[in-house]
Design a protein. Sequence first.
Length: 376
Amino acid sequence: MNNSIYLDHNATTPVLEDVLSAMLPYFTQHFGNASSKTHAYGWIAEQAVETAQIQVAQLINANKEEIIFTSGATESINMAIKGILNVYGGTKNHIITCATEHLAVLETLDVLAKKGFEITVLPVNRLGQIDLEQFKKAINEKTCLACIMHANNETGTLHPIKEIAKIAHEKNVLVFCDATQTAGKMIIDVKDDDIDLLCMASHKMYGPKGVGALYIKKGNPRVTLTPLIDGGGHQHGLRSGTLNVTGIVGFGKACDIATNSMWDDGIKISRLKTILEQRLTLLPNTFINGDIKNRLYNTTNICFKDKSAADLIKNLKNVAVANGSACASAKSTASHVLLAMGLTENEAQSSLRFSFGKSNTMEEVEQVVAMISTLY
């Protein structure tokens, strides 16, 4: 869109030209089904999927056999949580999560709670962090899984996943990590962090929508889960259905680009975010929500106390920002993330998330600051 400023990259990102170029041949020339084993059309598609598996795996230091392609993070989340419970739920039916998880996790767990599974939702402090000692005490003999996101989608707050995994594994509890926001932005090492399951989404990292991945650890101990979708036995029988070869190719290319560019992107984007924060927090009664030290370099969530987020957004003409997660934007209620962090209803309703991306400029930062400043 002409003359627009896009600061909502945590909701979705534009597809990069190189990603689109990689995808185009698989719409027309290489249109084969990756499961067709009797001719070259299928072989070419199968090879493209395998290449993408390698590219996705390299991004998080996994093996290609540990990558299962899905339609996105929400499917991966359901596949991980429900798949684990189908295996362990008979004797171990307790799951631990935290209050600021994405609704894809919390609402999935709500459904399971109604079916008799025990769910512990840990509170967070003002920074959006859980208490590790409280996490440790929450584990009991029936705990099978801990669901803790890598970075919060609204505030950018990072959780100490390596420490969480160490505590969990000492009690034989598996760890599922929602890395939807961190994948492609910062280094993820599933081996070093000892993560058992991890989800990603292509469209959060300049790839196409409608494709994601679930990492399933095959090391010692190997993670076992049942499929969410049956029929056809695709992807080792864990996720049946004709593969979205075109989307998978784009996802793989996006991962390859991120592997080689995230450091440079981080330096540039972090500077823009920092300057925006410095300028806006000079305004009366403004403050940053979340952990300023341990967070994503592209994300800031700012409370403009006594100002309505809706009024702020109206004043930010042709500027795309958010006052919550994209999945909850249709709801008029305050952000569950900010409320869990101890903000009042009014403070939560007065907060905006700015999430930067590759294309943002200093000129855009200055324009946004000028627009908001006119309300003071």
